[in-house]
Design a protein around this ligand. Sequence first.
Ligand SMILES: Nc1nc2c(ncn2[C@@H]2O[C@H](COP(=O)(O)OP(=O)(O)OP(=O)(O)O)[C@@H](O)[C@H]2O)c(=O)[nH]1
Ligand SMILES: [Mg+2]
Length: 594
Amino acid sequence: MFVVATAGHVDHGKSTLVRALTGMEPDRWAEERRRGMTIDLGFAWTTLPSGGTVAFVDVPGHERFVPNMLAGVGPVPAALIVVAADEGWMPQSAEHLAALDALGVAYGLLAVTRADLADPGPATARARAEIAATSLGAVPAVAVSGLTGAGLPQLRAALDRLAAQLPAPALDDPVRLWVDRSFTVRGSGTVVTGTLGAGRLRVGDELELAGADEPVRIRGLHSLGEARTDAAAVARVAVNLRGTPRDRLGRGDALLTPGRFHHTDLVDVRLAGDPAADLPATLTLHVGSAAVPVRVRPLGPDTVRLRLARPLPLLVGDRALLRDPGRHHVSGGVRVLDVAPPPLGRRGAAAARAQVLAELDGRPDLAGELRRRRLIRAGGLVRMGVPVQVEPVQDGPAYAEPVAGDWLADPGYWRRLGEQLTEEVARHAREHPLEPGMPVDALRQRLALPDRVLVEALVRPPLRIHAGRVGAASADALPEPVARAVRRVRAEYGDRPFRAPEADRLVDLGLGPREIGAAVRAGALLRLADNVVLLPDALDDAVRVLAGLPQPFTLSAARQALDTTRRVAVPLLELLDRRGATRRLPDDARIVVT
Ligand SMILES: Nc1nc2c(ncn2[C@@H]2O[C@H](COP(=O)(O)OP(=O)(O)OP(=O)(O)O)[C@@H](O)[C@H]2O)c(=O)[nH]1
Ligand SMILES: [Mg+2]
């Protein structure tokens, strides 16, 4: 299937032509038929000579209904431009063409209608010249009469040729179905319709609806009036939603593949059309089927920041249109450059931003995004429309290796963060000499990082993480007074390793509870009990000495062999028991476990 939207001035014969081609009535409302005028979008379809199907979105031509027209053409990539032979080029011919151009529509046909009433030559020549200057370029033209049927076979053949030119739909892309109609079917509930331009839908699928907390689920699907279990782009679809009240959604909303779109009310865009300086402060942004008031802030000659009155699921590279409803003036197309732009708080920030935007063209650019954002989750980039591959794939999208979890970082920034972390840890050690390192969370805050895993990923030897703190791995990092005290213990007790310094000796050495704690955490001392410390190699030495005793051995035999006191021997043996080096027997004797 392919979908074509009509375009053209009021009464030029768009609906008559669609009716003649399809045998279906595009003017759905009684009021439209009574007034002989399209007010809202109409839908009709037919089979072409090739066997393919064309679906029409028939738009109103009256100037009052241009917003409805824009909701119809927004999601549709091809246009059937209709000009009446007897009236020629008219204001909404021009306004509709300006809209198609602004949206970058590149595929189209010209039908010069009412050719039974006047020579189609002049209207054809003028319209072709106007169209040639737009994104549509040179288009085929067919003269037709909806009344006599003349030219209809040629128009059908031209539609077939147009269909063959259209690019293949991206079936694996996420779904963003812009709703153009919503209504209630008795017994089924809420139904929305739209043009599915990419991706697939299946009955049972969950979709995301902006502003709704819960996902919505597809209860039923129709395409061209027939029930389906699935639908693939390109297609006109009617989606029946389970349990979603009718007032929760309408034209301008979008049904989305969950988790794949960033909702934003702030975008930086490039203008094609009026210069930034000439734009009024408020305009209406049209994208997909949505129309949202925006405040315009010029940044560069052709770049502006738009503040949307409500958030939309926009992606980098999206095309949209700015229009001044008061003046009936299409200000021009916009290309979305950034859907999560930085705030412009500081003086000079706007000028600096303009320079950044001057380099962007709306094509997703992974390396550039990382350079500008420095640190971002892969999923966040994908939701902005920047594809990320975290494994290299030949000919695949840009590849990036996460630094931690799914976090991606600009390599230069990541290197600087690593250096900053080392400095922070050293500074913290100077200011808090007795603490066993800097808490991970304090580091996260100092480095202004959004996630602990980033801090953890930045820690490199000789630093290490221990018990939620980042510090040096070796005793070399002990504060100098403690290190000096440990050296003196080693000098004094090295040759009688199981003699622990008495409490008053510890005080003389400057080893209070905090200093002992620091030395123990650094592995420079071994604590057996309060105020009972040995050098750390004492444990292995003790096992060697005890293994030389007749087994089992008593506490007293151990104390004598180790040349120490009960003050040391009791907790030392208990520690060896806990570590499984010795085992205590029921009669309180012990054996060395080999
Ligand atoms: N003689 C003649 N009359 C036509 C032809 N096409 C349309 N008409 C008449 O022109 C009038 C307007 O036709 P519509 O098809 O409603 O025009 P439209 O472009 O859909 O108008 P809007 O939807 O309001 O923009 C009707 O009275 C039609 O009968 C044609 O090819 N020949
Ligand atoms: Mg009509």
